[in-house]
Design a binder for this molecule. Structure first.
Ligand SMILES: [Zn+2]
Length: 348
């Protein structure tokens, strides 16, 4: 079954390739590191409509449509010049689990943009978002497709957009690994499987940026984004200035009591193993989720549709955040834990 999946996925890459080439944008003006003109709002709409349109039937784990989505993501990346992680042989990172008496064979989709500096290219920035959602369910107002446009096709589209920007500009010194996680909605299954069975050396990951629900602005207002667990590392200090330059304010986490830091895929990298005894600490990678959170009115509901997305705000956020990511990938500094309960993961 897995072999058949992979054959289908390989064919599907072509679909993503062809469509992305149709959308090739002019690359007129270069900013110092990131060519911001390489990404248009129309790119985001194209990818969003493909991933979260009714035809994808809510990208449920175990569905044919989740495979279509995986193939599409890999195809778009390939068209931009990304490759599989060296040695992995494929954009698709397989994992299996059982739930409710069923066996699931799923895939993370992992793309690699090789760093340009021979001394730094072994180090990497991990950028993640989950591409699965919850599929088809109880109808609300006659609509049974839970599209998951904001949750988390928005983060997945950002993965494609950031890849396009970084691949179009000056190649960063460090490598950048783009991870579209599978089966997040079933308990962070994909990112946990990658953390347990990685195709990269996790001791060389400088930081993990995770993107969740960045397609709405009703509740926080436009031009505002928060990160989860800002008090745990110095990442906020690295990104705040870049966001501000791009017209975005990094606001305090408005949902601090909800413990969101541990509820998205970044959490899979926060605690890779633990120390022993009295000084037991969580050894992991500084890993945080960026979110603009829309409202309860569409969260995990059939009305989380592509036409509800605020593309202008999302486009602006991606353009503001990508230079921060490029800076993480170009600097020699590492993002550091600042809360003493964490220590940096240094390998097993
Ligand atoms: Zn989500």
């Amino acid at each position: 079954m897995k072999t058949r999946h992979l054959a289908i996925l390989t064919l599907l890459i072509c679909l993503g390739c062809a469509q992305a080439q149709d959308n090739a944008q002019s690359q007129a003006q270069a900013s110092p590191q990131v060519r911001l003109t390489a990404l248009q709002e129309a790119d985001l709409q194209t990818w969003m409509n493909l991933l979260a349109g009714d035809a994808m039937r809510g990208r449920d784990s175990g569905s044919p449509e989740i495979l279509l989505s995986a193939g599409y993501i890999a195809g778009v990346w390939q068209s931009m010049g990304l490759t599989p992680v060296p040695g992995s042989g494929s954009f698709f990172h397989p994992f299996s689990f059982s739930s409710g008496g069923e066996i699931y064979n799923e895939y993370n989709v992992v793309g690699y943009l090789e760093g340009s500096d021979p001394d730094l290219m072994e180090e990497m920035i991990l950028i993640g978002a989950h591409y699965d959602h919850v599929g088809v369910g109880n109808p609300v107002d006659g609509d049974s497709i839970y599209n998951g446009a904001d949750d988390d096709a928005s983060g997945t589209v950002a993965l494609l957009g950031i890849a396009k920007l970084l691949a179009a500009g000056e190649r960063p010194a460090r490598s950048v690994v783009f991870c579209a996680w599978g089966a997040e909605e079933m308990g962070l299954r994909g990112s946990k499987a990658f953390a347990a069975n990685p195709t990269v050396d996790l001791a060389k990951v400088v930081v993990n940026y995770n993107l969740e629900m960045i397609g709405h602005a009703e509740e926080l207002g436009e031009g505002k984004v928060f990160m989860t667990g800002p008090e745990y590392s110095d990442l906020a200090d690295h990104v705040r200035g870049y966001l501000s330059h791009g017209g975005f304010e990094l606001i305090p986490n408005p949902f601090a009591s909800m413990d969101l830091f541990y509820r998205s895929d970044n959490a899979s990298f926060v605690n890779l193993n633990e120390g022993n005894g009295r000084d037991k600490k969580m050894a992991g990678i500084p890993a945080h989720t960026f979110c603009t959170w829309g409202s309860e009115s569409h969260y995990h509901k059939p009305n989380d549709e592509p036409d509800g997305i605020n593309y202008a705000n999302m486009h602006k956020l991606i353009l503001a955040l990508t230079p921060a990511i490029a800076a993480s990938a170009n600097g020699t500094e590492w993002v550091q834990w600042t809360d003493k309960k964490f220590i940096r993961y240094e390998g097993k």
